[in-house]
Write a protein that binds this ligand. Structure first.
Ligand SMILES: NC(=O)c1ccc[n+]([C@@H]2O[C@H](COP(=O)([O-])OP(=O)(O)OC[C@H]3O[C@@H](n4cnc5c(N)ncnc54)[C@H](O)[C@@H]3O)[C@@H](O)[C@H]2O)c1
Length: 358
């Protein structure tokens, strides 16, 4: 049995408890400390996971303890400070979650400091880490389905292109092995477009990609939301973390759905958070590629910002990487400030009762 990785959870709200549950489940990780602003929640969650090293925030925690891994699961406004504190404290790996920031300048700072200090910067609980998506990406790279001919994105972001929309963007880049190099977009309603938030923003767009693909993007659902990629012999349909495949045609010329025969997933309880964390641990131990990195979260944010500003400026083509790293796109208030500050707090009872599941 390898030595256990010592983990600190920074932010123990709803999602932080989900992370804590996953780290608690793995035999080679142990939660050694928790940083959490909310006194009552900190106490209950500490009891729930048997952690006694409890701190108010990341800076206090790192003064006392330098864990191997720090999982930062904070509202967006507080992510940067905690990620940088973890990197400067000397952790081996630090994770963030979506959306990583409101400006590229802040995202760059986190990526650059982690890189300069040799700290693995992980992207967290993103659908891109689902084993179905990862297996599909590997098969595409190995040529199972032939050349990619097209890609299209439906119901992009479900009216929050940064907060939720970063999911599909991370999957699009992975499956096409390409970067978005230019964005042209059309968006509304106008009052939301002119605001600094993505809350309620609907965006249609065309993404030009580094491999020559042009990916049309629609704000609307066509009965499902997600990403379609078609190759010489297969239509690959990603609905969130799930993947459907179609190969060949029936007598009426209609595509036939086939069983992709994905391998069994060893950690179904925490779904893609489980595989995401395993990829972080493997990156720390072996330097392997992560299912989702902090860099990937930044790339998603960059595409979302380009889409917002292209529409705002009159549907002008916007080239990536963006030269102006100060352009801003805030996620909705819950994501930016958290439940306590946006009128949707998790009660102590909820935080405690979840313990039945752990
Ligand atoms: N990947 C996903 O699918 C997914 C889903 C939901 C939320 N999220 C992201 O997870 C993050 C947290 O969301 P949540 O639902 O857990 O919110 P939450 O409000 O339930 O929890 C946030 C917690 O962080 C604490 N906190 C805030 N600032 C702090 C600080 N500086 N130091 C220590 N503790 C601090 C709060 O007291 C709260 O307990 C957000 O960034 C959100 O966008 C991701």
């Amino acid at each position: 049995m390898p030595e256990k990785k010592r983990v600190a959870i920074i932010g123990c709200g709803r999602m932080g408890q989900h992370y804590a549950g996953a780290y608690d489940m793995f035999e080679d990780t142990e939660i050694v400390a928790i940083a959490e602003y909310n006194d009552a929640r900190r106490k209950v969650v500490g009891e729930r996971f048997g952690v006694t090293a409890l701190y108010k925030d990341a800076n206090e925690l790192f003064k006392d303890i330098v864990p191997d891994l720090a999982a930062v699961i904070l509202p967006g406004k507080y992510i940067k400070e905690a990620v940088i504190a973890a990197a400067e404290a000397g952790v081996k790996g630090v994770s963030s979650d979506k959306p990583i920031a409101a400006t590229l300048h802040d995202a760059d700072e986190m990526v650059n400091i982690c890189e300069a200090r040799g700290v693995i910067f992980h992207g967290g609980n993103l659908q891109r880490a689902s084993h179905e998506i990862q297996e599909t990406a590997n098969r595409l790279r190995q040529g199972w389905y032939g050349k990619i001919l097209g890609a299209t994105l439906h119901a992009w972001g479900s009216s929050e292109i940064s907060g939720g929309g970063c999911q599909e963007l991370a999957v699009l880049r992975l499956l096409t092995s390409a970067e978005v190099t230019e964005v042209i977009s059309w968006a509304g309603p106008q009052d939301v477009l002119e605001s600094d938030s993505d809350e309620g923003l609907f965006v249609h767009a065309l993404f030009r990609m580094s491999n020559g693909l042009e990916c049309p993007v629609s704000a609307h659902s066509i009965g499902f939301g997600g990403l379609d990629i078609w190759t010489e012999n297969t239509l690959i349909r990603c609905k969130g973390p799930k993947v459907e495949m179609f190969q060949g045609f029936d007598g009426d010329g209609k595509r036939t759905q086939v069983d992709p025969r994905f391998s069994d997933f060893p950690w179904p309880r925490f779904n893609y958070l489980g595989s995401s964390i395993r990829s972080l641990i493997s990156a720390v131990d072996h330097g392997s590629e992560m299912a989702i990195s902090g860099h990937d979260l930044r790339q998603s944010l960059e595409i979302a910002i380009a889409a917002k500003y292209s529409a705002l400026w009159g549907s002008v083509p916007v080239k990536l990487p963006l030269a102006d790293r100060s352009l801003t796109l805030y996620p909705h208030t819950y994501r930016w400030l958290g439940g306590d500050q946006s009128g949707n707090p998790q009660t102590v009872e909820e935080a405690r009762s979840r313990s039945l599941q752990n």
